[in-house]
Design a protein around this ligand. Structure first.
Ligand SMILES: Cc1cc2nc3c(=O)[nH]c(=O)nc-3n(C[C@H](O)[C@H](O)[C@H](O)COP(=O)(O)O)c2cc1C
Length: 212
């Protein structure tokens, strides 16, 4: 059976983007676009696709949430033993992609992923709702789960043993993605989209326009 999607198409025309109007550093430009996405009530403005590569060079991708942007890079939290965690351990090359459809914008980030400073992971874990903390302990993320009951039983047991708050498990915490390439994409009519790419060269960010 064939499903034809030839006629499912959008024309993009809301805004423009030029090299001149882009900030000198991509972090400032990203903050500007992220704030605009938040103000525009984009449903999940901090959701980003994380692409990783495993030890056999096989890529995989999934959504994660951006939880911090600092002077070094982009932070998300996960289980270190998960598939993504294992990938980053073997190969620290990663890519992040944001898509904000309401603004007709995409941001692509490429760089190296590393384990975040444990103190920051502790701080973030402590700020999470109690049941999410228990959930982090209960989940062997990405492993085969024989039945949902097993997960619910572990959750209940851990909860009973820890009626108050729990400490961060050593297998759970943050990753910091330190970028060396960031691209801002603004949809334009006739697929003549505006693309501005920043590349890190000798510790300086250089920016240029790309063909769409
Ligand atoms: C919108 C959205 C946000 C998500 N945020 C996270 C997150 O911040 N951390 C996380 O570990 N998983 C998050 N997930 C679940 C992941 O996409 C994924 O299913 C999980 O991390 C296991 O991936 P892995 O097996 O490749 O390690 C999110 C999923 C969605 C749809």
């Amino acid at each position: 059976m064939k499903v034809s999607l030839y006629n499912v198409r959008q024309e993009y025309a809301k805004q423009k983007l030029s090299v001149a109007e882009c900030a000198d550093d991509p972090f400032s430009q990203f903050k500007l676009w992220l704030n605009q996405a938040i103000k525009s009530k984009v449903r999940e403005p901090t959701a980003m696709n994380l692409a990783t590569v495993d030890e056999n060079n096989r890529p995989s991708a999934r959504m994660v949430l951006l939880k911090e942007l600092n002077d070094q890079g982009f932070v998300f939290f996960s289980n270190y033993n998960s598939r993504k965690g294992q990938c980053i351990k073997h190969n620290d090359n990663v890519a992040l992609t944001f898509f904000w459809p309401e603004l007709e914008r995409q941001v692509r980030i490429e760089g190296k992923g590393e384990i975040l400073d444990p103190k920051i992971s502790d701080e973030y874990f402590a700020s999470r709702p109690y049941k999410s903390q228990i959930g982090a302990w209960a989940s062997k993320q990405s492993k085969v789960l024989s039945s949902k009951t097993s997960l619910l039983t572990s959750f209940a047991l851990i909860r009973a043993k820890n009626p108050n708050r729990v400490k961060r498990p050593s297998f759970w915490g943050g990753f910091l993605v330190i970028p060396d390439r960031i691209e801002f994409w603004q949809g334009r009519p006739s697929r003549l989209h505006d693309r501005v790419e920043y590349r890190l060269s000798d510790k300086q960010w250089e920016k240029h326009r790309l063909y769409p």
